[in-house]
Every structure is written in structure tokens, then in C-alpha cells.
Design a protein around this ligand. Structure first.
Ligand code: HEC
Length: 115
């Protein structure tokens, strides 16, 4: 983990600029690009798919059309999901940590790389 990049990322998010805008920091302190398989799948498994999954036992009211359990489903909803993540509206219980916000923003900005 590159601590300095993480701090810069957090500051950018604090200013509402989003991380990964332009070419400043697309990796959120990691030494490789953000991908679905390595970064986003674990993030959404941790924070989103208890409600937003085609196999969820209890969706808790999450819309049937909004899932994140596969690459395709995640990509379909990526832009919309990113707005909610950056605003702290999803997950409903509490905003994601800055590092997770950075990862999702960088993934969207980077063109939704799969792996
Ligand atoms: C505890 C269950 C739960 C979790 C966890 C959760 N959501 Fe949701 N989500 C909901 C519910 C309920 C709605 C519908 C009500 C609403 O839009 O606020 C929703 C709606 C949405 C929508 C559609 C909103 C719209 O305007 O139509 C998106 C996109 C979304 N969630 C993304 C996410 C993402 C991304 C995560 C993880 C970072 C996440 N959600 C985690 C319950 C959840």
C-alpha cells in the first residue's frame, strides 16, 4: 500500500473531485490497474451483494434489476452505482471507506477492466 497515494486519493474525494479523475491516480495506491476480478468483485461481495444479487436470500427491497454479483451485472449498473457510492447513499447503513470509493471510481474511469 502506497500511503501517500492513499492520502492524495482521500483528499481528492474530500474535495468532491473523485479519485482517478484525469490521470492523477487510477490505482488507489496499488501498483497495478484496478480490475473487476481483483478489486471490485471483493468490494461488492463485502458491501453490496447481500441485497443486490440474483441469489440474495433477502434483497431488503433492493430493485430486482440492480445486481452486482457478476461482471456483466456490475458493468450495467456501474455508473449509477458509482454515484451512490461517492455520495455515500449506498450501502444504506453507512458510506464506504475512502479506499473503496477510490477503487470504484478508478474502475469506472479506467473503463471497467475485467482482469
Ligand atoms: C442492506 C441492503 C443493501 C445494500 C447492502 C446495498 N443496497 Fe443498494 N439498494 C438497496 C435498496 C433497498 C434500494 C432501493 C431503494 C433506494 O434506491 O434507496 C437500493 C438501490 C440501489 C441502487 C438503485 C438506486 C436508484 O436510484 O434506482 C443502486 C445503483 C444501488 N442500490 C447500489 C448499491 C451499491 C453499489 C451497493 C454496495 C456499495 C449497495 N447498493 C448496497 C439496498 C441495499
Amino acid at each position: 500500500m502506497n500511503a501517500r497515494a492513499h492520502v492524495v486519493c482521500g483528499l481528492l474525494l474530500g474535495l468532491g473531485a473523485g479519485c482517478g479523475d484525469g490521470t492523477s491516480d487510477k490505482t488507489c495506491g496499488q501498483d497495478r490497474p484496478i480490475t473487476y476480478e481483483a478489486d471490485v468483485a471483493p468490494l461488492v461481495a463485502r458491501s453490496c451483494t447481500t441485497c443486490h444479487s440474483s441469489t440474495a436470500i433477502d434483497r431488503r427491497g433492493a430493485p430486482a434489476s440492480v445486481n452486482f454479483d457478476t461482471y456483466d451485472a456490475c458493468c450495467t449498473n456501474a455508473e449509477h452505482a458509482n454515484v451512490h457510492i461517492q455520495e455515500g447513499a449506498m450501502p444504506p447503513a453507512a458510506a464506504l471507506p475512502d479506499q473503496d470509493k477510490c477503487v470504484f471510481q478508478a474502475w469506472v474511469d479506467g473503463g471497467l477492466q475485467r482482469n
